[in-house]
Design a protein around this ligand. Structure first.
Ligand code: 13P
Length: 269
């Protein structure tokens, strides 16, 4: 692990109830309090690890209150491009901040594949998040067909480039200040049990950092690049040991408190 402070984020996707969400958040908070990090250190100026929970929108406000005294932070799974108006069903970035949410996932491959998020819409969402003071987690990643065609880096660079080009210099500074991060999630590894090898993931992560570096060197060296796609306790340590892998975006394993806490331990050690 490089010197950048790692992030482990649990993306709960469309799972759970009010009751199970509360129970999971409490169990994760307790599990983390019990490990070597200690909640006081985590809450301090320079915590060794950032841990985020990204529940469905409707549970954000309640969980924000529930975990307020812990080191846990909250992220949303998506955000509207627009700030306000006749956009039925959307949730604006300012609303997320209003309920205590500090991070937001943008451009997850499920939003891209199932809900029409184009690279341009994703860029709009990153900008909306930055305007509201949120920290965006920009997801990128190739499909199996793109990988088989040898197009992994082309696809990931394009997804990044569209966002980088949408940012003016003030917004690049905001992205640095607000600690925007990137999550590399190969689509073929999501929910499949298949994982990129640490070496393959590292190669893409290094390329992501280099691509961002061509826009802004300072931003690139501080940028946290998370890996996502079937991360489990059994593979987390090897992935997180790679130089440019600064944590993980966890799906299925984030729904199991014990597993998720163990993944956090792997990132913190
Ligand atoms: P899995 O960990 O279930 O593969 O999901 C990864 C993911 O999509 C996180 O955003």
């Amino acid at each position: 692990m490089a010197t950048r402070r790692p992030i482990v984020a649990g993306n709960w996707k469309l799972h759970g109830s009010r009751q199970t969400s509360r129970a999971l958040a409490v169990a994760v908070a307790e599990g983390l309090a019990g490990i070597d990090l200690g909640p006081a250190r985590l809450r301090g100026e320079n915590p060794p690890l950032e841990v985020l929970l990204c529940p469905p929108f409707v549970y954000l406000a309640e969980l924000a209150e529930l975990v307020a005294a812990s080191h846990l932070r909250l992220g949303a799974q998506d955000v509207a491009v627009e700030e306000a108006g006749a956009f039925t069903g959307e949730v604006a970035a300012a609303m997320l901040r209003d309920v205590g949410c500090r991070y937001v996932i943008t451009g997850h491959s499920e939003r891209r594949a199932l809900f029409g998020d184009t690279d341009e819409r994703v860029a709009g969402k990153v900008l909306a998040a930055l305007r509201a003071g949120l920290s965006p987690i920009l997801c990128v990643g190739e499909t199996r067909a793109e990988r088989d065609a040898g197009d992994t880096l082309t696809v990931v660079r394009r997804q990044l480039q569209v966002v980088l080009e949408a940012l003016d210099s003030g917004q690049v500074s905001a992205a640095e200040r607000q600690m925007m991060s990137v999550a590399y999630e190969p689509v073929w590894a999501i929910g499949t049990g298949l994982t990129a090898t640490p070496a393959d993931a590292q190669a893409v992560h290094a390329d992501i950092r280099a691509t961002v570096g061509r826009r802004d060197a300072t931003m690139a060296s501080a940028l946290r690049v998370l890996y996502g796609g079937s991360v489990k306790v059994s593979n987390a340590k090897d992935l997180f040991a790679m130089q440019d892998i600064d944590g993980g975006l966890i799906g299925g394993a984030a729904l199991l408190a014990g597993e998720f806490v163990s993944i956090c331990k792997a990132a913190a050690s």
